[in-house]
Design a protein around this ligand. Structure first.
Ligand SMILES: Cc1cc2nc3c(=O)[nH]c(=O)nc-3n(C[C@H](O)[C@H](O)[C@H](O)COP(=O)(O)OP(=O)(O)OC[C@H]3O[C@@H](n4cnc5c(N)ncnc54)[C@H](O)[C@@H]3O)c2cc1C
Length: 406
């Protein structure tokens, strides 16, 4: 894959990542554990092609938009600056969670139970849809939210009560991971396999997808890359991190941050049957069926530095992850991968899903949880770009109006 850089090419600054530091043995620098290097690059956009809609960004969200467009019988072209899943969609923690970035009870407080519940229900349905379409890649294991301290235990109780009052499945949990909530309808996945499988299916169904095609300009009726142009009626930009670089007009509301992860060799000494969200979701880990462990977190331990468009792992955050891996998770297996990727945040915790310029729709800024919400937002943007209605878009507009008042 064109994004791959291996340990042999590591510069001095990154030597510690590649194993130079004592106790570290890394097989790859800034390559996610999910990458099996089996991907055959797609062509670059060349010359002029025509389509009703051009989708920019081939992560989980852009691919979901393309699925929606194909289902509507609309001609579409997808372009990506780098590759399918090169952004956060192929480099994330693999959590498949219902709800928005803020917890359900916080959404109830922000915009009322009916709207919060309707949005939550659509995310739960989207989980079912994706899991049905990707058996073996998405596993509906349930997820755990575990409290890091007494204050968070109290918050878990409020969270649980709100979910139950709205009729959603949730249970109090106490087990080896700690105390918190079990959310039985959630799941976990291998994120890069998810997007590569979706892209392959779309291509089999006739979708035109182009990699290595950074978009330089979007003007009415045209998406212009370094080597080609898509002439189209409307554009859906499905980019999470660095969305404000494509749309500078969003920069007062959207800010890009780096999230970092590591993964280990098989760790049979631990058993995490479900993905775990810890300390309000700042730390998160999952164990794959091959017993490897993937762990992310500690962005708030260098908050200023992590507000960045850089997607390189850093020694400080990786050091925190190492310590947590050994001392809290009790994993002994060696670390095999360390990586980072960009996501974007909004102040109100709600995603961007709107017509930013005439006939140009943007979906992104999922505030750290875009695997499900991103697909819903980009599907909604695709529908609106075709003049169709979208329940998700209508509910988000209501939520945003409430959030603006509070
Ligand atoms: C470390 C980490 C852990 C995470 N864990 C989870 C999790 O467990 N669960 C969860 O739900 N979410 C998680 N997230 C968030 C989630 O990964 C993202 O919200 C989601 O993947 C965004 O997908 P996307 O398709 O919208 O955007 P992206 O994956 O960012 O894809 C955008 C694509 O657009 C392309 N692009 C960008 N600019 C241009 C341009 N100018 N021209 C053409 N193409 C362009 C990029 O190359 C990229 O492929 C995590 C994120 C990170 C970084």
């Amino acid at each position: 894959m064109s994004v791959a850089r291996n340990a042999g090419g590591a510069n001095a600054k990154a030597n510690w990542l590649a194993g130079a530091a004592p106790g570290r043995t890394i097989t790859a620098v800034n390559i996610p554990a999910w990458d099996d290097r089996e991907w055959t690059p797609l062509p670059r956009l060349a010359g002029t092609v025509r389509a009703d809609i051009c989708v920019v960004g081939l992560g989980g969200s852009g691919l979901a938009a393309l699925e929606e467009l194909m289902a509507l019988g609309v001609s579409a072209v997808g372009v990506d600056a780098v590759a399918v899943g090169a952004g956060a969609a192929g480099r994330n923690g693999g959590f498949v969670l219902a709800g928005l970035a803020k917890f359900f009870h916080e959404n109830v407080a922000d915009f009322g139970r009916d709207t919060a519940a309707a949005l939550y229900r659509l995310t739960a349905e989207e989980i079912q849809r994706q899991a049905g379409a990707l058996p073996g890649i998405i596993r509906l294991t349930g997820s755990l939210r575990i409290a890091a301290d007494e204050a968070e235990r109290a918050d878990c109780r409020r969270h649980l009560a709100a979910l139950r009052a709205a009729g959603f499945a949730a249970e109090a949990y106490a087990g080896p991971e700690g105390e918190g909530i079990l959310l039985p309808a959630d799941g976990v996945m291998q994120p890069l396999q998810r997007v590569r499988t979706l892209a392959q299916r779309l291509r089999t169904d006739g979708a035109r997808l182009y990699e290595s095609s950074p978009v330089k300009k979007i003007v009415p009726g045209s998406v212009i890359t370094e080597t080609g142009t898509v002439r189209c009626e409307a554009v859906v930009v499905a980019v999470d991190g660095r969305l404000e670089q494509i749309f500078p007009e969003l920069s007062p509301r959207v800010r890009t941050a780096r999230l970092q992860m590591l993964a280990t060799a098989p760790a049979p000494e631990v058993n995490f049957p479900r993905p775990v969200y810890w300390r309000h979701g700042y730390e998160y880990w999952q164990q794959q069926p091959d017993h490897t462990v993937a762990l992310g977190g500690f962005r708030d331990h260098a908050l200023k530095a992590e507000w960045t468009a850089s997607a390189e792992p850093t020694e400080l955050i990786q050091g925190r992850l190492d310590k947590f891996l050994r001392e809290h998770l009790r994993v002994k297996a060696r670390v095999t991968h360390r990586w980072a990727a960009s996501v974007a945040y909004t102040k109100d915790g709600l995603p961007v899903m709107e017509e930013v310029r005439a006939k140009v729709w943007a979906a992104g800024a999922y505030c750290g949880t875009g695997n499900i919400v991103g697909a819903l937002c980009a599907r909604a943007a695709a529908r609106l770009a075709c003049g169709q209605s979208s329940d998700w878009a209508e509910l988000l507009a209501i939520a945003r109006a409430h959030a603006a008042k509070s």
